[in-house]
Ligand binder design. Structure first.
Ligand SMILES: O=C(O)CCC(=O)C(=O)O
Length: 310
């Protein structure tokens, strides 16, 4: 099925309607499907789109809380209620990395029983989540795309049997630039064996220009393209095959995908800020990537950097 011709779909201003590889639609799986069915679909497609998997009122409340924080920081339009999420005039870029901290409404959604139940069904085991919550607030315009990447390059120091839960915290029509997945990308062996083996927090020890920290001032020289496979989502299907698969999302939907599922997000063509979170889940008994655990996860900070002989 092809995406409606009317939806405005661009990535940094360029059309995503690549003639040879027109975008397609993400296929939904019943949220109540058995663990076996969920695992089979995940293995086949590299993702699960579960409609109405989470309590919509809790999800909307989490989104409203984010909007209130953005409004308090002057990033929303002062003439509208914060809960409408209307961007402030001229708003180009938003940083919301701290907005997941001390945020009870959001924690109730991403660490609460309905979410954990989904992952327990998939893993058929008790699960744990990473403590770090990635919050995204995407302003209108071409400046806040998410370039194509695998998540494993950012969080691959524990088990790779780890899943991402991408949670829209507002309704996200296609033209708002919600998450899109590259069809079949979890089966791209060459990409998995090369790019997929990167750890973004490594550097070549012994080369002074790549020392991660000098006198407290970060001099980190990124040798990994920010962890992105490419900055160009438009031509990627032509390079490696597949189509960008996308969808409208409603608050309450959940998109689950593997560490080796290529994903990206395009431009937001609405006047509203797109709010979402992404969080990670694994079997409780398996090794965990310590960068994302605890009250103050070290994340990609100096403590995460590892020197390699290269
Ligand atoms: O929401 C986005 O634009 C990016 C999300 C993402 O990269 C992820 O879920 O891993």
């Amino acid at each position: 099925m092809n995406i409606a011709a009317t939806a405005d779909l661009t990535y940094q201003g360029r059309s995503l309607r690549n003639d040879g590889h027109p975008p397609g639609t993400l296929a939904a799986t019943a949220a109540g499907a058995s663990g076996a069915e969920l695992r089979e679909r995940l293995d086949r497609d590299g993702y699960l789109l579960l409609r109405d998997a989470l309590p919509r009122d809790h999800v909307l409340e989490a989104g409203h809380e984010l909007y209130r924080r953005l409004a308090a920081a002057g990033q929303l339009h002062p003439d509208h209620p914060p809960e409408d999420g209307i961007a402030a005039p001229g708003l180009a870029y938003l940083s919301a990395h701290d907005a997941g901290r001390r945020n009870r409404p959001l924690q109730r959604v991403v660490f609460g029983a309905p979410m954990l139940a989904v992952f327990e069904r998939i893993f058929e085991a008790p699960v744990r989540h990473f403590d770090y919550i990635w919050v995204r607030a995407k302003s209108p315009g071409p400046d806040t795309v998410t370039p194509p990447h695998y998540d494993v390059v950012f969080m691959g120091r524990g088990t790779h049997d780890l899943l991402t839960g991408w949670t829209p915290l507002c309704d996200v029509p296609l033209e708002m630039g919600g998450l899109m997945i590259l069809e079949g990308s979890h089966r791209l062996t060459d990409v998995r064996e090369t790019y997929g083996r990167i750890d973004v927090d490594t550097y070549c020890a012994g080369t002074p220009e790549e020392r991660p920290v000098v006198s407290g001032e970060s001099r980190w020289a990124d040798r990994h393209n920010g962890g992105h496979f490419t900055k160009d989502a438009v031509s990627l299907p032509g390079r490696v095959g597949g189509r960008w698969l996308m969808s409208d999302y409603r608050a309450g939907d959940l998109l689950v995908f593997t560490m080796h599922t290529m994903h990206s997000a395009g431009d937001n063509h609405t006047g509203r800020v797109r709010v979402s979170s992404d969080t990670r889940y694994q079997r409780a008994g398996e090794p965990v990537d310590e960068r994302w655990i605890g009250d103050e996860p070290i994340a990609h900070g100096p403590g995460a950097k590892r020197g390699l002989i290269c």
